[in-house]
Design a binder for this molecule. Sequence first.
Ligand SMILES: *[C@@H]1O[C@H](CO)[C@@H](O)[C@H](O)[C@H]1NC(C)=O
Ligand SMILES: *[C@@H]1O[C@H](CO)[C@@H](O)[C@H](O)[C@H]1NC(C)=O
Length: 419
Amino acid sequence: MAPEIQSLCPSTTAALLLLAACLAAAVAALDAADYARPPLPAGGGGRRVLFANGLGLTPQMGWNSWNHFQCDINEAVVRSTADALVAIGLAKAGYTYVNLDDCWADSERTKEVGYMVANPKTFPSGIKALADYVHSKGLKLGIYSSAGTRTCSNRMPGSLGYEERDAKMFASWGVDYLKYDNCYRDGTPETVRFGRMSRALVNSGRPIFYSLCEWGFMEVPKWGGMYGNSWRTTGDINDTWSGMLDNIDLNDAYARYAKPGGWNDPDMLEVGNGGMAYNEYVVHFSLWAIAKAPLVIGCDVTRVSNETLGILSNAEVIAISQDRLGVQGQKVSKYGNDLEVWAGQLSGHRKAVLLLNRGATRSASITAAWPDVGIRRGVAVEARDVWKHETLPGWFTGSLTAVVGPHSCKLFVLTPVPS
Ligand SMILES: *[C@@H]1O[C@H](CO)[C@@H](O)[C@H](O)[C@H]1NC(C)=O
Ligand SMILES: *[C@@H]1O[C@H](CO)[C@@H](O)[C@H](O)[C@H]1NC(C)=O
C-alpha cells in the first residue's frame, strides 16, 4: 500500500499545504484500507481529504444534458430545463445542479489569449448569463471539459495544459460544478492530469464540485477522494437493462471508498429515456440510491411522463441516497444467477435493504437474512416499503422475505423496534 500511496503524492510540488494534505489523505487511504467503518459522529465530520471543498456531503443530485441531448444542446434547452426542474418539483426534491456536458464551447480557443469561449451559435448569451439565470432559479450550473487536448466529441478544446486558466474562467462565470472527461489525453497518468485540475479548482477562488470522469482507470476509487467529489468507476452507461446492471456491479466492488465528500459514480441516470420498462427504471433508481451513486437525471425533464416523475421524485428513495451517514450499500448475498440482496447502513441504526430479481421470466421469493444485512440476531425491525409507501404489518426477526417480480426489486428501510 505504502509505495502506491507515495506515488500519488506529487513530488514536484513545493506547496507545503498540499504536501500536508497529501499526507493526511495517504493516512486516510490506509485507514480506508482496513475498512471497518464506524458511523460518523452526529453533525458529520468524516476523514480529511485533499479535496476538502465542503461539497458533496451527500451524493450530488441534478441534471446533465448528455444522456438525452448529446451534442444537441443550446442555452434555450438549459434554461427550459432549469424552469422545468422548478415547475415540476424536482428542484424541491433535491435536484440542484443543471449540468452542461460536451459541446457547449466554440471549436477553438480564442487566438490572442487562448481562452475557452461559449459556442456563439448555440450559447450566444455566454455562460455567465446562463449561470446567472440558473442561479436566479435557486439552482447551480455545471460545466464540462476533458483532461486532454480535445473533448470526446472533438468539437471543442479540452483543458490539458490550460487547467489554471480554465478553472479561473469557470469560477468567474459563476460555475458550480465541473465534469472532467478523459478523451484526447497524452501519455500522462490520470492521477497527474486529474490532479492538476483539482489544484486549479482549489485555486480558482470558488467552491466547484469536481466530478472525475476517467472511466475507472488506475483504480480511481482508491485516490479519487484526494482530488474530487466523485469519480466514475465505469465506462458510459447505456439505456439498457444489462448495461445498467453491468455498471452498478462494477461500481459495487469499490463500495468501501465512498464517503461524505467523495462518491463512486456508475454514471448518470437513464430513467425516462425510454430504453427500459417502468419496473426496470425502478430497479435502476433504487440501486443508484442504495449505492450512494450521484442522482443526475439524464432525460428531457421538459417532457417527462408521470411515471418517470414518480420514480425521480420518490422522497423516501431519495432519503436513502441522501442519508447523512453516506455509507454505500453493497450486494450482500446472491441466490443462483438472478436473485440478490443489497444492504446498506443508514443513520438512526436503520438499514436500507434491496431485494433484486434479475431474472427475466419468473417471480421469486427472496430472503434478506439478518447476518447478511448486518443486523444482530434477535433484533426485531419494522419494515417500510419505500415504493409502496407502506409499513408492513408486524415486526420481523431474523429475516425478511418478499416475492419479487422479474426485472424488479423491492426496497425497504428497516428500523429496529425497542426490545
Ligand atoms: C451497453 O453497455 C454494455 C456494457 O456495459 C454493453 O455490453 C452493451 O453492448 C451496450 N449496449 C448498447 C446497446 O450499446
Ligand atoms: C399523475 O400521477 C398523479 C399521482 O402521482 C395522479 O394523481 C395523476 O392523476 C397522474 N396524471 C396522469 C395524467 O396520469
